[in-house]
Design a protein around this ligand. Structure first.
Ligand code: PSV
Ligand code: MN
Ligand code: MN
Length: 384
C-alpha cells in the first residue's frame, strides 16, 4: 500500500473509549484514588472529548448502566455532542446488583430474571434516546461449585432471556455477546468461549454478533484465528481492547504482547476497512481497560497510540507477497513478510499524520506540559 493511502487510513481510524476508563477503577483489592480521575459521567465525557481534541482518534464513548445512570439521557447525548463526541455502546451491568448473587439473565428465580430482562429493556430505551446502535452484553452468570446449577436449565433460561431481549431491538441495532472463560464464576461460566457466543448469535438472528475481549481467553489461545473464523462467518461484531498476562488483567492494549495484537489486525484488515467512516456500524472497536495505577487520560492516549502504531504496521503487510509465499508453501517467506511489516518503525508516519491534522505530534509529551490538562487535574483535586 502507498504511504499516502496508509496515512489516509490512519487519519480515519477511530476507536470508542469507555466511560469507565476515566473514572476510579482498580483491581478487586482496591481502587486507588488517582489525581484527575473523573467523578461522574459528565466528567467522563469531558475527558473523552479532551482526548479526542488532542488525538482526533475517538469515535464515541461507551457507557455502562447503572454506573453512568442519569435522569435524562437526551441531555447526556446533547452534552456529548456539544463536546464533539457521540454516545457509543450501551453496556448493561449484570454483576453488581445484590439480587444477582445467583445469576441475572439465567437466574432460576423468575422475579430476579425478569429484573435483569427489564434492566436490559431499559438499556434499549437509553440506546434510543442517545442514538446508540450497540447493546454490548457481558453476562457473568455461571457457578462457583460443582452441583450449584443445572447447566442445561441455566443455559435454557439465558437463551430465553436473550430471545425476549432481541425482540426489542430495532432493525439497525446490534447486540454483541461478549464471552469470558471464567471470573466471577470460577467453576462454570455460561458464555465461556467464542463458540458459545457464536452458537447463540447464530440462533438468535442477524443482529446478534460476537464481541472479542482480548483479556477473556485462556493462556495460549490463538485469538487471531478466532478473529478470522468469526469474520468469515460474518459474526464478528466488536472488540474490547486491552492486554493480559495472567487472566482478565485489563492492562493497556499493546503493552505486553504487541506482536499478537499486530497479528489480530492483520486478520481484521482482510475483512474490514477499519478506517472507513461507517466502520463502527460493521465492527465496534472499543477500549476496555482498568487503568489502575496510571492517570486516566494519559492511559487512554497511550492506548490509542499503541493501536495506531499497530494498525499502521498491519497496513504495511504485503498481502500479495504473503499469499504467494503461502501458496508456494514457503513458510519462512510467509513469516518474514509479516515480520518485515511488524519490525518497521512507523512512529515517523504517525508524527506526519498528526502534523498534517494540526495535532500534537507526541501526545504523551504534550500532556506533560498541557495547561488545560493540569488545570483540570488541579480543579478536581481541590474539590476531592
Ligand atoms: C468483564 O470482564 C468486562 O470485560 C465486560 O466487558 C464489562 O462490561 C467490562 O469488563 C467492565 O467491567
Ligand atoms: Mn470487556
Ligand atoms: Mn474483562
Amino acid at each position: 500500500m502507498e504511504l499516502t493511502e496508509i496515512k489516509e487510513k490512519i487519519k480515519n481510524f477511530k476507536v470508542e473509549v469507555p466511560s469507565w476508563g476515566f473514572g476510579k477503577s482498580g483491581t478487586r483489592f482496591h481502587a486507588f484514588h488517582i489525581p484527575g480521575e473523573a467523578r461522574n459521567v459528565y466528567e467522563k465525557i469531558d475527558d473523552a472529548a479532551f482526548v479526542n481534541k488532542i488525538t482526533d482518534a475517538v469515535s464515541a464513548v461507551a457507557i455502562h448502566i447503572p454506573w453512568d445512570k442519569v435522569e435524562d439521557y437526551k441531555v447526556l447525548k446533547e452534552y456529548a455532542e456539544e463536546k464533539g463526541v457521540k454516545i457509543g455502546a450501551v453496556n448493561p451491568n449484570y454483576f453488581e446488583d445484590e439480587d444477582y448473587l445467583f445469576g441475572s439473565l439465567s437466574n432460576s428465580n423468575l422475579k430476579i430474571r425478569q429484573k435483569a430482562i427489564d434492566q436490559t429493556f431499559e438499556c434499549i430505551e437509553i440506546m434510543k434516546e442517545t442514538n446508540s446502535k450497540i447493546l454490548s452484553m457481558w453476562i457473568p452468570d455461571g457457578s462457583n461449585y460443582p452441583g450449584q446449577i443445572d447447566f442445561n436449565k441455566s443455559f435454557e433460561l439465558l437463551e430465553d432471556s436473550l430471545k425476549q431481549i432481541t425482540k426489542h431491538l430495532e432493525k439497525d441495532m446490534t447486540m454483541l455477546l461478549e464471552y469470558k472463560f471464567f471470573e466471577p464464576a470460577f467453576y462454570s461460566t455460561l458464555l465461556f468461549d467464542w463458540g458459545t457466543s457464536y452458537m447463540l448469535s447464530k440462533e438468535l438472528g442477524e443482529n446478534m454478533k460476537v464481541l472479542v475481549d482480548l483479556g477473556h481467553h485462556p493462556q495460549g489461545t490463538n485469538i487471531e484465528f478466532i478473529v478470522s473464523l468469526l469474520s468469515q462467518k460474518n459474526k464478528l461484531g466488536g472488540f474490547h481492547f486491552n492486554s493480559r498476562k495472567y487472566a482478565d488483567d485489563d492492562l493497556t492494549v499493546g503493552s505486553l504482547n504487541p506482536y499478537e495484537l499486530f497479528l489480530i489486525f492483520v486478520e481484521l484488515n482482510k475483512f474490514f476497512d477499519l478506517s472507513a467512516e461507517s466502520q463502527n456500524q460493521k465492527i465496534s472497536l472499543v477500549l476496555d481497560q482498568s487503568h489502575n495505577v496510571k492517570p486516566k487520560i494519559p492511559a487512554v492516549v497511550q492506548s490509542l497510540n499503541n493501536l495506531q502504531i499497530t494498525y499502521a504496521k498491519s497496513l504495511l503487510v504485503d498481502y500479495e507477497k504473503l499469499k504467494q509465499a503461502q501458496e508456494n508453501h514457503d513458510v519462512v517467506a510467509s513469516e518474514e513478510t509479516l515480520k518485515e511489516a511488524y519490525e518497521t518503525d512507523v512512529r515517523e508516519i504517525l508524527r506526519e499524520v498528526r502534523k498534517e491534522k494540526g495535532l500534537p505530534e507526541d501526545t504523551i509529551k504534550y500532556l506533560k506540559e498541557c495547561d488545560e490538562y493540569w488545570k483540570m487535574v488541579k480543579e478536581r483535586e481541590s474539590a476531592y
